[in-house]
Design a protein around this ligand. Structure first.
Ligand SMILES: NC(=O)CC[C@H](N)C(=O)O
Length: 260
């Protein structure tokens, strides 16, 4: 298969699109940053891409709720095009604000007859939190996490708490292997029992940091893999042997490898 083509969706207030383009580029993909209004004008543009990535940032100023306006725009103007893209066996990745968008559009398969299973809302402490976190990947299902187990990545969010509708919704996500990434100290077992701050930075249910759909091809995560594509981006790179390729880059490489 030729080099996969990645569309990084731009929108007013997105601010991680260039880093995300760089990460996919390092991973060997062909990448274009395309404004959401261009896609709305010409939804057939999507046919030329195998990966759609909604990057991090503050789309539409986080008005109403982070990711809500862009999600509503996608639902109102591109519902069929985006669903067709997803159902064509392609990949979708939402990073931080992009995760908020994917979850709020329902593209993550995060709804049942009772409505949405989960949403992303304000961190328990009510503040923006930007720092490195320790994570455990569940690589059973998620294409982007193949071969990845424990990983450190930075977070930078105010509305990163995964709030689950009820215990049935939580069971659907946990038992369905949908919680693809959890906050977990490197030296401790992974658990769904909510860990306290700072390990769980936002109060997310089941310590969840990322969710995937039932196919494993649609993935949203709050941490920023595009900010760890070189070992010198790690805060301890001068003191510790940091494995290469940098752990964040491996997510993007997995996306490219999916098509080879
Ligand atoms: N880095 C980001 O994408 C931030 C997402 C969103 N603006 C928030 O603060 O929660």
């Amino acid at each position: 298969m030729p080099t996969p083509r990645v569309l990084v969706l731009r929108s007013p207030g997105a601010n991680c699109d260039e880093e995300t383009e760089h990460a996919f580029h390092l991973a060997g993909a062909e990448v274009q940053r395309v404004h959401v209004n261009q896609v709305i004008e010409q939804p057939a543009l999507l046919d030329g891409y195998q990966v759609l990535c909604v990057p991090g940032g503050f789309s539409y100023g986080d008005d109403i709720a982070a990711g809500r306006v862009l999600a509503n725009l996608c639902l109102a103007r591109l519902p069929d095009a985006l669903r067709a893209f997803r159902d064509a066996g392609k990949l979708m990745l939402g990073i931080c604000n992009g995760f908020q968008v994917l979850l709020k559009t329902g593209l993550l398969g995060s709804e049942d007859d009772g409505g949405p299973l989960a949403t992303l809302t304000w961190n328990d402490h009510g503040r923006f939190e930007a720092r490195w976190t320790q994570l455990a990947a569940d690589n059973q299902r998620c294409v982007f996490l193949r071969g990845i187990d424990r990983i450190e990545l930075p977070i930078a969010h105010a509305e990163g708490k995964i709030a689950v509708r009820d215990s049935a919704a939580l069971a659907t996500l946990v038992d369905g292997g949908r919680i693809a990434m959890r906050y977990a100290p490197t030296d401790a077992p992974v658990t769904d029992t909510p860990l306290s701050f700072p390990t769980n930075p936002n109060g997310s249910a089941a310590n969840a940091a990322g969710l995937c759909d039932t196919t494993g091809r649609v993935f949203g995560l709050m941490p920023h893999p595009e900010r760890f594509v070189d070992r010198t981006q790690h805060p301890r790179w001068t003191r510790e042997a940091i494995a290469e390729p940098a752990a964040g880059l491996r997510l993007f490489q997995n996306a490219v490898d999916f098509f080879s």
